[in-house]
Design a protein around this ligand. Structure first.
Ligand code: NAD
Ligand code: DAU
Length: 354
């Protein structure tokens, strides 16, 4: 297949591109704006590998820009568009939501329009319809006190981030219903692994611990997340792209729930660092207490987890310890500004972690 992968220079998108080029004969164009979270270093191994480099091309650009999107979707006659592009950090959406809506709503609309035009052209020429896959999140369900979310549950997003993701999903579903677009959605769980920008809790706590800096644990630390290795997440998206029912929505759960306290203890133990680095700080506003999803619809496509949490986390911790040259340059002046806005007051008012 000929794929357009939007947001392919980010954490999960780059894993998808790497694994897809390795596992299939697909050719891939990556469209990425290279925001603070986009990083060409995440794709450097592909450019160096002659078995993959010839089937890969990078284009810098915005999914909300119709000129570039029409060229790469409609004129390029792609078989599928896979959209990872988004502003992805909940805390930043609480500080300023605008970019989340621009990319998550307008950007998704521009991609859908270009795919719709391509579908019409292909239908006129008797060619198969292009697929559209929107990478979404379990956060669209909102907090789940007990049980597990199933794909037919109502959406109840709590943060500006998850509201933007839910809005993008609703547009995708409207294009499926109104125009018959072959559009799919995946809802992934909390993902961890190599090449994750250090704002998210796993890489933040690993890189802070490596530097002897405090680990800012929100509230009581008893919020629960279901951790999913990035390679498993990427392969699940590949399975849905290849074998998903037209119009299907698929949960991608992790391998087991843990509280943030448990997660922090495991990271510190694997780094042989003391609990005294942990600081209890003011909670995230509107903090979802728990996410949990049922994965049977995805399992019916023949997908299953390959990475157990303890082993995956140990490998991730080792990766950050061995790849300081990847993460150190990310801790630049923009990072310091964000860190101060997000954690300055919180850390000044913090108490030792209980
Ligand atoms: P990320 O922040 O690491 O990467 C996002 C990428 O999108 C970056 O390369 C960025 O430059 C690019 N981008 C942002 N705005 C763009 C625009 N307007 N045009 C083109 N490119 C743009 O995010 P991630 O963690 O890899 O997440 C990828 C997707 O998966 C997101 O849609 C996110 O909502 C979803 N998701 C993430 C997780 C997780 O735990 N990280 C879990 C479930 C779902
Ligand atoms: O569930 C899927 C989602 O997972 C994705 O859609 C998002 O893109 C991704 O960012 C992630 O969202 P979370 O908000 O769950 O991830 P984050 O790493 O920001 O936080 C995980 C938990 O850790 C959450 O309960 C908040 C807590 N936390 C986070 C940070 C950054 C802390 O206690 N301290 C912190 O400094």
């Amino acid at each position: 297949m000929k794929l357009l992968v939007c947001g392919g220079a980010g954490f999960i998108g780059s894993a998808f591109v790497r694994r897809r080029l390795h596992q299939t004969a697909d050719s891939i164009v990556v469209l990425d704006k290279l925001t603070y979270a986009g990083n060409l270093a995440n794709l450097a191994d592909i450019e160096r590998d002659p078995s993959m480099a010839g089937r890969y091309r990078f284009v810098q650009g915005d999914i909300a820009d119709p000129t570039i999107v029409v060229k790469l979707v409609t004129e390029a006659d792609v078989d599928a568009v896979v959209n990872f592009a988004a502003e992805s950090h909940v805390d930043r959406s609480i500080l300023d939501a605008e970019a989340f809506l621009r990319t998550g709503v307008i950007g998704v609309h521009v991609l859908l329009e270009a795919t719709r035009a391509l579908a019409a052209e292909r239908a006129a020429n008797g060619k198969p319809a292009p697929r559209f896959l929107q990478v979404s999140t379990d956060e669209v369900y909102g907090s789940v006190p007990t049980g597990q979310s199933v794909e037919t549950d109502l959406l109840a997003p709590a943060s500006p981030y998850s509201a933007a993701k839910a809005a993008g999903e609703l547009l995708v579903q409207a294009y499926r219903t109104t125009y018959g677009l072959d559009a799919l959605i995946t809802r992934g769980s909390n993902t961890y692994g190599p090449f994750q920008y250090p704002e998210k809790v796993v890489p933040l706590f690993i890189t802070n611990a490596l530097q002897g800096l405090p680990l800012p644990l929100y509230g009581d630390g008893l919020q629960r997340r279901d951790w999913l290795h990035v390679d498993d997440h990427a392969d699940a998206i590949g399975a849905v792209l290849d074998r998903g029912e037209p119009g299907g929505i698929y949960n991608v759960p992790g391998t087991g729930e843990r509280t943030n306290v448990d997660l922090t203890r495991t990271i510190l133990a694997q780094l042989d660092k003391p609990w005294s680095l942990v600081r209890t700080v003011e909670d995230r506003a509107g903090h979802d207490r728990r996410y949990a999803m049922d994965g049977s619809r995805l399992a019916a496509l023949g997908w299953s987890h390959q990475v157990a949490f303890e082993a995956g986390l140990a490998e991730t911790v080792a990766w950050y310890r061995d790849h300081e040259a990847w993460w150190r340059p990310l801790l630049n002046a923009d990072w310091a500004d964000y860190y101060d806005r997000q954690y300055g007051k919180r850390l000044a008012e913090s108490v030792p972690g209980a």
